[in-house]
Design a binder for this molecule. Structure first.
Ligand code: SF4
Ligand code: SF4
Length: 634
């Protein structure tokens, strides 16, 4: 047995300076130079590749050209010469062509098949027009140089040469024009450089900077307010209260709309949009930092951003996953929520109720501890006392303990573990809420208190690893508790079940012969934040004859159920419900009769969609554990 060493004081992970440098270099190479995220979408990826590499090569080539003259440094670099020069000419020529192709692709996308999330602003067109003019002037300059000098290597500058031929330029007549073209080329290029800080082109510098300075946290981990008892500023009221990396990130946004295109709140029609949120924060920050000393700082909430806005995000993380510049709307939303929850108290009624329930009763349902998980005593599950030992400590979580629908799923999980002979136990009434809901609703103080109480309880028992069936508890225990000193292994029930199936400890499933089609809904906190896509599918596929289908949006592209980020506790407009949209995707597009979940929040959200949609007769939602016990005779 392993005794768990749990230190209560906050212990942020430390890395050496060398590790930090190496990490920074790797991140820059992968995301800024190779641009893996930009290239993840074909058309805009190729378009950006053309523009980025075309412009970068041209800038580098221009620097090389300038170093041929003693302009800025007291020496010249006599390179490139001979064969190198021919190669240099060819590369510069191709780079100019790449800029033109990129500009053409961008213009076509904006004019002809513009995705609805792509906004057209003056600065987008200014950048494209200037880039096109620079490239065209460059080719014209080259064409007139060809006609004046008529070098033997003309073929090494194919586009410049073709331009000269196309214009019918011959002989030295072009020299004066050539000089004017060079001057024009330089002026327009300097104009572009001068415009950079005032347009989205600044992302050329701010983007890599944001990649370098973004906080190093685990996936799915929110920032911690350190020494919260003595901290005066709780949350963010105005731009000066954001951290410097946050401000850099707002400035890096290019308004590409990728976040908007995947945001479940936006797609479902809520008046919320992560692109607009970041844009508004950027505008507010510029205005705030431009204020005169002594002026009252511009508030964000109620002025730049409506007070209701931050409550619409489900914290599903899809925006973070697709943003090519690693901008984090979730952290911004939580910072704003923290201000409302901890400083002004202006929170929606349902949010206040859930938080009060956690404070007073230790769970967002507001139920008595005595009502916890009746299945524990029914099934004779061992309840640990201080000093007791077990192999697997099952962290039940509030949903499986108090929500009537989820209790059924919790029961089936316990049945499976008993059948598989797993040495497991629970903490019973000593288990508290993991604090996930409180944290995402902005109540950092309540989260830290509950986390510390739980860690003290964990320290009193011995276990080898902790298992939980809730994706939210899983993420919090695995990714957020380590900041407070937790050092134990956490597994999700789908991982544990997959392991038991593979080891042959869960077997004898009766083949599925009911002809029903199953589809697995990927919980955001399980998949997107923790990469668990394979395990739940392995478990389902262990039942012979199961007809399993995928929804159009699954795995990394999965669409939220609408319950995360505290949304489960909020009143939402029936016309913009995310769970309804996802339910229709599962049934109408994937043709599923059974929606399988691996998280109680998803289970509850689908259950709600089925009941409110009057579909109980034809569709069912089941936790993955329920699917297994149904097909395993007791
Ligand atoms: S936050 Fe990222 S994904 Fe969203 S618009 Fe800005 S750059 Fe694009
Ligand atoms: S976390 Fe999800 S709901 Fe929130 S802004 Fe991002 S994509 Fe939208």
């Amino acid at each position: 047995m392993t005794t768990q060493a749990v230190a209560l004081p906050s212990t942020p992970p430390t890395v050496s300076r060398r590790q930090a440098w190496l990490r920074g270099a790797r991140e820059l190479l992968l995301h800024a130079v190779l641009q893996d995220r930009v290239l993840s979408r074909f058309y805009p990826g190729v378009m950006h590749f053309m523009l980025f590499w075309g412009v970068s090569i041209q800038i580098l080539g221009t620097i090389v050209n300038l170093l041929q003259y003693p302009l800025f440094v007291p020496f010249t670099i006599p390179w490139p010469k001979g064969g190198w020069y021919l190669g240099f000419e060819l590369v510069m020529d191709i780079a100019g062509g790449m800029i033109l192709v990129g500009v053409l692709m961008a213009a076509l996308r904006r004019l002809s098949f513009r995705p609805k999330f792509l906004v057209n602003r003056w600065e987008d067109w200014a950048a494209l027009v200037l880039l096109a003019v620079i490239a065209v002037l460059g080719f014209l300059t080259e064409a007139f140089r060809m006609s004046s000098v008529d070098p033997a290597w003309r073929a090494w500058s194919p586009i410049g040469n073709a331009t000269a031929v196309w214009l019918g330029l011959t002989g030295p007549v072009g020299q004066p024009v050539h000089d004017w073209l060079i001057a024009g080329h330089v002026v327009v290029s300097l104009g572009l450089v001068a415009l950079m800080p005032f347009t989205k082109m600044r992302h050329l510098f701010v983007g890599p900077l944001n990649i370098l300075v973004r906080p190093e946290r685990r996936n799915g981990e929110l920032s911690t307010i350190e020494d919260i008892e003595n901290t005066e500023k709780l949350g963010v009221a105005n731009a000066t209260e954001f951290t410097s990396p946050s401000l850099v990130s707002f400035d890096a946004c290019v308004q590409c709309g990728r976040c908007e295109s995947v945001c479940p709140a936006t797609i479902s029609g809520m008046p919320y949009n992560p692109r607009t949120l970041i844009h508004d924060l950027q505008v507010n920050a510029h205005a705030t930092f431009g204020q005169k000393p002594g002026e009252e700082l511009k508030p964000i909430l109620g002025e730049t951003i409506a007070k209701e806005t931050p409550w619409m995000c489900t914290t599903c993380g899809h925006c973070l996953a697709v943003c090519p510049l690693f901008i984090d709307p979730v952290s911004a939303v939580v910072d704003l929520r923290r201000y409302m929850t901890l400083t002004t108290g202006e929170v929606p009624g349902a949010v206040g109720e859930a938080l009060t329930n956690i404070e007073r009763r230790g769970n967002p349902w507001g139920m008595e501890k005595a009502q916890r998980a009746p299945w524990v005593s029914e099934l004779g599950v061992r309840v640990l006392q201080p000093g007791d030992e077990t192999d697997v400590l099952l962290f039940v979580g509030c949903a499986y303990a108090y929500d009537a629908r989820s209790q059924k799923a919790g029961r089936e999980l316990a049945v499976l573990l008993q059948r598989a002979g797993v040495d497991f136990a629970v903490l019973g009434q000593a288990e508290g809420c993991c604090g996930e809901t409180a944290r995402r609703l902005g109540h950092e103080y309540l989260f830290q208190t509950t986390a510390q109480e739980n860690l003290a309880t964990f320290a009193g028992v011995k276990f080898n690893r902790m298992a939980t069936a809730c994706a939210h508890c899983y993420n919090t225990l695995k990714n957020e508790y380590p900041h407070f000193g937790a050092e134990f292994e956490v597994v999700h029930h789908t991982e544990l079940l997959a392991e038991l199936v593979q080891a042959g400890k869960l077997k004898g499933f009766t083949p599925a012969a009911d002809g029903k089609t199953l589809t697995l809904h990927d919980s955001c906190y399980l998949g997107r934040y923790n990469g668990l896509y394979r395990e739940p599918r392995q478990v389902l596929d262990a039942v012979a004859g199961v007809k399993r289908t995928e929804m159009p949006r699954s795995q990394a592209e999965g669409f939220c159920c609408g319950g995360g980020g505290g949304q489960m506790w909020m009143e939402t407009d029936p016309n913009t419900r995310i769970n309804k949209r996802r339910f229709e995707e599962a049934t109408k597009q994937a043709g599923a009769d059974v929606i399988v979940t691996a998280c109680p929040y998803c289970l509850i959200m689908f259950d709600d969609a089925i009941r409110t949609g009057g579909a109980s007769e034809r569709v069912a939602v089941k936790d993955i554990a329920e699917v297994l016990t149904e097909r395993q005779p007791g």
